[in-house]
Design a protein around this ligand. Structure first.
Ligand code: UD2
Ligand code: MN
Length: 570
């Protein structure tokens, strides 16, 4: 029923056949057209070999790709385990430095071949797909700020080793003002020998957004592919991406991002059946999700490209001309963050399609902290996000702004980006939510929002509601009027929530944060006329403790400590 509803909302626009997510289809019947000219082919899927006879199992394909010394550290994507306690003092120093400088285990990486072998990460079905014969070529743009030698080089080699030479026109390394010595002349000399690699260096730290722009400005291939500087491409990663763009210039495509463990460098890959897609929350954080049911139902195979509301940001391919036409990136964004949502919104709202391609896998080292310096005195991530909200989110931007009580600060001039949106005649953010991300919880549908203040004490319900805090007890804290951890929404279905975390009470004294499950039960609340916060299941009321510090659940008595005020109530 839901799927039909979204179909009904589809608007047909002549030049761009594909607009909403369920219209992005992959039809196996149409797949047998050899050598068709690129221009003629529109939104078609990769062509596959006959299903009738299963492809002959090709032993070479099953085997590791380069069995150099298959026992060497890290080969076939294996973990390198190091007992740091057993290292000599000198080695231990290197080990600790490696972690400190990179926020991953550089010492382990240094033990691994720059050409290490990886498992074939693709689902069986992917291996028999035949892509268009004539594919566009690509420039691969990799920007870095202080990356470890072995990690950066392994990234570059994995691109060269695993891309068909005629499709890889060049690699553009953009040095965003690194100060590690090996990234100077040694890098230059090394890359000169490889051919195909250009190095671009800026005169000051620009941040990844402007660094990518300077790399883009020298790119010459049909497609531009962006990668982080700590990636490993797997066999067959490139063709499925280029194939989509060959079929439709306005497809912007991302590989599946596999996890390279920050400690052991183990390459861990996911199956096509568990491909995640990108979303975001009203705090402007990117998040991963399972494919929603209404979309899953329209899919005949797990290896079909999946339309995704957003991209993680680091790894994607886009037609060079189309990126230009779409307005590349917002050069007013500093250092890190926000550009991924900005481009995602822009692609969808301005006529393109954003997809994750399950047959393309690239590994990435996910770090728990960022090792490099940020601009001091400015919250650049927030500033970037406000630029996105101002330009793209229409009135929906207020859901983000109320999270920090409209304390916008100086986010610079966005008039050029607003102009761009106008010139491209992009759709509204409402359209985007309804057609591309209908599963997102929209706060506007909430009954009340903002801080939840006690009548008896100057205290507010306070908790980080993100996944790291699930199961933690919700506390009281002096009201600070800045939103943040004191921002809550009461949904129509009775949840008290922030993003995906809900106030949950299952008996006993304390209320915890738990992933919202939409099943009412422990997560069903009522904000009553008498200003009590009533828990339906247990018939108890929220009460601030006598010392003001704890939030407890007690028999409803109507005392002042059970009286609560929401900042906004509709
Ligand atoms: C994710 C993206 C990243 C980017 C970011 C949001 C993935 C896997 N990664 O964060 O590409 O979209 O979200 O902005 O999707 N860098 C510079 N100059 C800087 C800072 C970073 O060149 O001032 C480089 C850095 O060396 C790296 C890339 O930019 O190659 C991304 O930075 P990151 O790895 O710290 O970001 P990540 O993966 O946490
Ligand atoms: Mn990264």
């Amino acid at each position: 029923e839901q799927a039909q509803h979204h179909h009904a909302g589809h608007e047909a626009v002549v030049q761009q056949p594909v607009h909403a997510r369920n219209d992005v289809k992959f039809e196996p019947e149409q797949m047998n057209v050899p050598n068709r000219a690129v221009e003629e082919v529109q939104a078609e899927p990769p062509r596959k070999k006959e299903h009738v006879a299963p492809p002959k199992s090709n032993e070479k394909e099953e085997e590791e790709e380069s069995p150099r010394d298959s026992n060497a550290p890290g080969e076939n994507g294996r973990a390198v385990s190091i007992t740091k306690e057993k290292l000599s003092e000198e080695e231990r120093k290197k080990y600790d430095e490696g972690w400190k400088n990179n926020a991953y285990n550089q010492y382990a990486s240094d033990m691994i071949s720059l050409h290490r072998s990886l498992p074939d990460t693709r689902d069986k079905e992917c291996r028999s797909i035949e892509y268009l014969k004539k594919l566009p070529d690509t420039s691969v743009v990799i920007c870095f700020h202080n990356e470890a030698w072995s990690v950066l080089l392994r990234t570059v080699h994995s691109v060269i080793d695993r891309s068909p030479p005629h499709l890889l026109k060049e690699i553009i390394l953009v040095d965003d003002f690194s100060d590690m010595e090996h990234l100077g002349k040694p890098l230059e000399d090394y890359m000169a020998k490889l051919g195909k690699v250009k190095i671009v260096r800026g005169k000051q730290r620009e941040g990844l957004i402007r660094a990518r722009l300077s790399g883009f400005s020298v790119a010459t291939a049909d497609v531009v592919t962006f990668l982080d500087s700590h990636c490993e491409c797997t066999k067959g990663w490139l063709e499925p991406l280029l194939d989509r763009i060959a079929r439709n210039e306005s497809y912007v495509v991302c590989p599946v991002i596999d996890v390279i463990d920050d400690e052991t460098l183990r390459y861990q890959y996911s199956k096509a059946s568990s491909t995640s897609i990108g979303g975001f929350d009203w705090n402007m954080q990117f998040s991963w999700h399972a494919i929603p049911d209404y979309l899953r139902k329209t899919r005949s195979s797990d290896v079909m490209p999946v339309p995704s509301p957003t991209m993680a940001g680091g790894l994607f391919s886009i037609s060079r001309k189309y990126f230009e036409k779409l307005g590349t990136y917002d050069p007013g964004m500093d250092i890190w963050g926000g550009e991924n949502l900005e481009l995602s919104f822009r692609v969808w709202m301005c006529g393109g399609v954003l997809e994750i391609v399950p047959c393309s896998h690239v590994g990435h080292i996910f770090r728990k902290r960022s090792p490099y310096k940020w601009r001091s005195g400015v919250n650049v991530v927030k500033k970037n996000a406000i630029r996105v909200a101002e330009v793209w989110m229409d009135d929906y931007k207020n859901y983000y702004y109320e999270r920090f009580n409209y304390d916008l600060g100086d986010y610079g001039d966005v008039s050029a980006r607003k102009e761009l949106r106008k010139n491209l005649k992009c759709k509204s953010f409402k359209w985007y939510i309804e057609h591309v991300y209908p599963e997102l919880f929209v706060p506007g549908e909430s009954i009340a929002s903002g801080e939840v203040r006690s009548k008896a004490k100057p205290m507010c319900v306070d908790s980080p509601a993100d996944h790291r805090n699930y199961h933690k007890t919700v506390k009281m804290w002096p009201c600070h009027n800045q939103g943040g951890n004191q921002f809550w929404m009461l949904s129509k279905s009775g949840e008290i929530r922030r993003d995906d975390g809900c106030l949950d009470y299952s008996g006993g004294d304390g209320v915890i944060i738990y992933p919202c499950h939409g099943q009412k039960g422990n997560q069903e609340w009522q904000y009553r006329e008498d200003n009590a916060l009533f828990h339906v299941n247990t018939q108890k009321c929220a009460e601030v403790s006598t010392d003001g510090k704890a939030l407890q659940m007690k028999k409803c008595t109507g005392i002042d400590r059970q009286i609560w005020y929401w900042k906004r109530i509709s």
